[in-house]
Design a protein around this ligand. Sequence first.
Ligand code: 13P
Ligand code: SF4
Length: 334
Amino acid sequence: MKTERDIPSSLDLVSEIKRLRTEMNAVILAHYYQDGEIQDIADFVGDSLELSRKAAATDADVIVFCGVRFMADVAKILSPKKLVLLPDMNAGCSLEDSCKPEPFKKFREAHPDHTALTYINSSIEVKAHSDVIVTSANAEAIIRQIPESQPILFSPDKYLGAYLAKKTGRKNMLMWDGTCIVHEQFSEKALVQLIIRHPEAHVIAHPECPEFLLRHAEYIGSTSGIIKFAEERPGQSFIVLTEPGILHVMKKRSPGSTFYDVPGTADAACANCNNCPFMKMNTLEKLYLCMVNRAPVIEVEEGIRLKAKQSLDRMLDMSKGVKGLTAPSPTVAS
Ligand code: 13P
Ligand code: SF4
């Protein structure tokens, strides 16, 4: 197994990764939160679900997922015959970590009359024990299809759940107590300072942010929704309340616009505290090594995969025709 010490300093990583991609018949996926250099080498850049759907539609033998573990699991659920590689197996997610399968099963058992709606940022086991999966792009539309009288368990993001309950007027949603460590810690003080300094800027936010931040936003939506909102307003300014990796693609798609990211609360001590530490575990070196080593590999037990696929399929059925599920299409790297 090669390690970073085996990479000669003279090696042109980008050319080598491209060569390996052809040799392995691989497709490289990058989530919008990846560093620009990874986005630029990827075949598709997109949100979690869209990337897996795009990869499943290719005839590639190998999927290299530059994102986090739950996203690579979804790729494996949809493409069981393909080899799925994740450059760093420790690239998790605080939402997934907050919701372990055993306590989740107990939560369900304690509320047998509730429908379990689970955010895609969750483990494959939790997905397998859920009724319907949702993304931030389709959750609202899916909730609106569930009869008003039917109580809902929403896991694992309590802020996304609270936002959706408010938006849909649902009173009977019980939330799991999970949060995204990135979206919950943006500094409201820094946000307000940015708004005062740039009063013309649109404030756009991901619904994983808590209410005290969302109340400042003109638009709230998924990563794809945020990008689309800016694309539709060329030449304008935007204060973006989500992981700043997204600015790379926003600047590419809206070259005449101005974007401001919002620092984290610990900004004095840490310049990158608004970065997702899990997403940023992926580097060009690790991407290269996982292709050379054909590891780490995503492996899932077939019974769990099929159960998780049922909840994902329900989501896909219920989100047919939902605006924003597939738009904008992931970009193909040049
Ligand atoms: P999207 O599904 O909107 O891309 O978001 C994924 C995520 O992890 C947000 O923190
Ligand atoms: Fe998870 Fe938050 Fe990172 Fe998204 S930004 S992968 S929700 S920890």
